[in-house]
Design a protein around this ligand. Structure first.
Ligand SMILES: Nc1ncnc2c1ncn2[C@@H]1O[C@H](COP(=O)(O)OP(=O)(O)O)[C@@H](O)[C@H]1O
Ligand SMILES: Cc1cn([C@H]2C[C@H](O)[C@@H](COP(=O)(O)O)O2)c(=O)[nH]c1=O
Length: 216
């Protein structure tokens, strides 16, 4: 029975790497996948992992019907044995419904990968729809870590290392950006709630307020 699987986790936990591994293992056995992505950091029509691997993919545009795209491909004599959708949080809810239809009507496995929540801990609409529709939701096992060593569960947006809570939901970016750039950092819930990033924790530790007072 084919299924819709949502592989999720924080940023930088290995989702795209797993997508590329699934693609590699299936293509090594002669299967052919249809790979979708949207807004990958490597550019339009790319699925890339921080381990340096990258493959070509179909860029999902706003108005695209992903079900119709696969049907067109098949009806023109193309082959698709399974479907991968990376950065699935950026897909519209209707496009997630189209992925489910690929599973149900075309009987293809669909593997979707994405972060569940944004920098304000709110579900992305595409991820919400995946949680609602997926046959299985798998949380990635390679856990990203907060600066304190706890499992990172949330994504923070930063400017110069300082967490921000205002702004557009979608801003393509990466972890470990240099100062002044908009970047991201994964945090445990405790430190996300306290807005305490690695940089602000370091600054607080160095502050004279928290140094032991020398009595003479
Ligand atoms: N130099 C490195 N050596 C080993 N593993 C690395 C290295 N750089 C990144 N990684 C691994 O790659 C993961 C990020 O993979 P990626 O697929 O890009 O994540 P995601 O798609 O979830 O954002 C990191 O959590 C880490 O495990
Ligand atoms: C938290 C958050 C993230 N994004 C963007 C930043 C990246 O371009 C992607 C996540 O990619 P990854 O492969 O999982 O690292 O999402 C965003 O636009 N808005 C957010 O709130």
């Amino acid at each position: 029975m084919s299924e819709l699987v949502f592989f999720c986790g924080t940023m930088d936990c290995g989702k795209s790497t797993l997508a590329l591994q699934i693609e590699h293992n299936r293509s090594a056995r002669g299967l052919q996948g249809m790979i979708f992505t949207r807004n990958d950091r490597a550019g339009q029509g790319k699925l890339s992992s921080r381990l340096g691997l990258v493959t070509d993919a179909v860029e999902v545009e706003d108005s695209m019907d992903v079900y119709a795209h696969v049907v067109d491909h098949l009806s023109q004599g193309g082959r698709a044995d399974y479907v991968i959708a990376d950065e699935a949080q950026f897909l519209a809810p209707e496009q997630i419904d189209q992925l489910a239809r690929i599973v149900d009507d075309l009987e293809l496995d669909v593997y979707a990968f994405g972060i569940t929540t944004d920098f304000r801990t709110k579900l992305f609409p595409g991820s919400q729809r995946l949680v609602e529709l997926a046959d299985r939701v798998e949380v990635l096992q390679v856990e990203a870590l907060c600066w304190c060593g706890a499992r990172a569960t949330h994504n923070a947006r930063t400017v110069g290392g300082v967490m921000v809570v205002e702004g557009a939901q979608v801003v393509v970016g990466d972890v470990n950006q240099s100062a002044d750039e908009i970047g991201y950092e994964v945090l445990c819930r405790r430190h996300h709630r306290r807005r305490m990033t690695a940089a602000t924790a370091r600054a607080a530790a160095l502050s004279p307020d928290v140094l032991p007072v020398q009595q003479s």
